[in-house]
Ligand binder design. Structure first.
Ligand code: 2HG
Ligand code: ZN
Length: 458
């Protein structure tokens, strides 16, 4: 981490005029909380964090930065995993957490409008209070924000049933690099009036504009929910069962996969009792939700699967939570082993089993001392390849894994985005023509290149 280039006092004065002096944070001890990502792999530096509370303030801040050529990294809950919210080159941090207003549920439309700084868990709670649900769900729900989830098109645990953030997004308010406010929050589902800017900004990782509010489509609230943990003797047994469950259980809401080494690590890290007396090679965590109890439907589907070696089923919330911990606690447990390289990939479902076998071999051949941890969203073909035991800036393993993904016709990022971590490999998933069009859009919307300059585009 280099030294921080001091910020021009005139810029600080201009920013303080907009948000008030207390909301331009320059004390290094406080700034430090915004400059490193959650994994510890991406450590940046910044002279200042600016914390607007309203859209007009965001617009005025960006106008100042654009005029003075000051580069900006927008940041929500700082739960990103690809270095997309970290000021790697001394940019100022634009924290959106104070945009924390949340509207009432619109029952007629089954929608809700939330500010960029509202945590996902708060959106979920508001939806439930309104008799509905917000189906985008992820382990970082208490810290991850609406703005960050829109900027990264967050996927999460329920993608197979409801899609990700882009599928839920029915309107957006965002500010362009020069401080113009784009507001299109009417929430009309049928609205063919030109380019869909909300969905363009969704997944743009703060490079095209800064999301300040989002209109989100809610889903029905299902009060009956059942969770099952299934054990298999082989990787292919688990992936074949996942495909069968996806085909047969309409109420399926989650279909997660992990393996013996990850389960052992989670149990050791958090002193959890293992789910079964014996160890097995692969595990599926399955959840179904419906208006009536889906237990029988799920049990029948499980009974007709081949290769199931052991089953634990839970309907009570506390026992369901215990089963979920075996999967959700992987991220935190792996962080305890060392700074991980996180590769978040999708492969076509028919290639999932082959990929899971080959990726371990590939990592071992590239870095024999490394440890490979595999888990993810089996229903989406989305594997979280975490590798510990290699230096944070050694890209050899990333290179080997992403080449293998491309070989299988997959995507180098299923849900975490490109950030700064993966832009070197964008060409493996997108053609030169596509990247040139993305560059043209970026240049049109942010001609001075002030918005998240280290993310997405090589
Ligand atoms: C998850 O599915 C998140 O739990 C995090 O996407 C994955 O830690 C990871 O690599
Ligand atoms: Zn995930």
């Amino acid at each position: 981490m280099g030294s921080v280039r001091p910020i021009d006092p005139a810029v600080v004065r201009d920013l303080a005029d907009v948000v008030g002096p207390r909301q331009v944070v320059t004390d290094p001890a406080l700034v430090a909380g915004y400059t490193t990502d959650w994994t510890g792999r991406f450590a940046g530096r910044s002279p200042a964090v600016v914390r607007p509370a309203r859209t007009e303030e965001v617009a005025a801040v960006l106008a100042v930065c654009n005029r003075r050529g000051v580069r900006v990294v927008p940041q929500g809950g700082n739960t990103g995993l690809v270095g997309g919210g970290v000021p790697l080159e001394g940019e100022i941090v634009l924290s959106l957490r104070r945009l924390s207003e949340i509207g009432e549920v619109d029952h007629a439309a089954a929608q809700l409008i939330a500010g960029a700084g509202v945590p996902i868990a708060a959106v979920q709670a508001a939806a439930v209070r309104g008799g509905l649900a917000y189906p985008v769900d992820l382990a970082a729900r208490d810290s991850a924000t609406v703005g960050g989830s829109v900027a990264t098109n967050a996927g999460g645990l329920h993608f197979l049933r409801y899609g990700g953030t882009r599928e839920r997004l029915v309107g957006i308010e965002a500010v362009t690099a020069d401080g113009r406010v784009l507001r299109h929050l009417g929430g009309l589902l049928k609205d063919n009036t030109g380019y869909d800017l909300a969905r363009l900004f969704c997944g743009s990782e703060g490079t095209l504009g800064v999301v300040t509010e989002a209109a989100l489509a809610l889903s029905p609230r299902f009060d009956h929910r059942v969770t099952a943990l299934l054990a298999f003797g082989s990787v292919s047994g688990a992936t074949e069962a996942a495909a069968a469950l996806k085909r047969t259980v309409d109420s399926l809401e989650a279909l997660e996969v992990f393996f013996d080494d990850g389960l052992r690590l989670v149990c050791e890290a958090f002193a959890l009792r293992p789910p079964f007396d014996e160890e097995f090679s692969g595990y599926l965590l399955v959840e179904a939700a419906d208006r009536a109890d889906p237990s029988d439907t799920l049990s029948e589907a499980i009974d007709s699967l081949e290769g199931v070696m052991a089953v634990a089923v839970a309907s009570a919330a506390s026992r369901r939570r215990e089963l979920w911990r075996y999967r959700e606690d992987h991220t935190a447990a792996i962080n305890g082993v060392g700074v991980p390289h996180k590769l978040d990939v999708t492969v076509p479902l028919g290639r999932l089993s082959a990929f899971l076998d080959e990726v371990r071999v590939r990592v071992h051949a590239t870095a024999p001392e490394a440890q490979t941890w595999l888990f993810g969203h089996a229903g989406d073909g989305n594997v979280h390849v975490n590798v510990t035991g290699v230096a944070p800036d050694d890209d050899a393993v990333d290179d080997a894994v992403l080449e293998l993904v491309a070989h299988h016709g997959g995507s180098i990022s299923a849900e975490h985005g490109i950030g700064s971590a993966k832009k070197r490999w964008l060409h493996l998933s997108r053609s030169p023509e596509e990247i040139a069009v993305m560059r043209a859009i970026k240049d049109a919307l942010d001609p001075n290149g002030i918005l998240n300059p280290n993310a997405v585009l090589p």
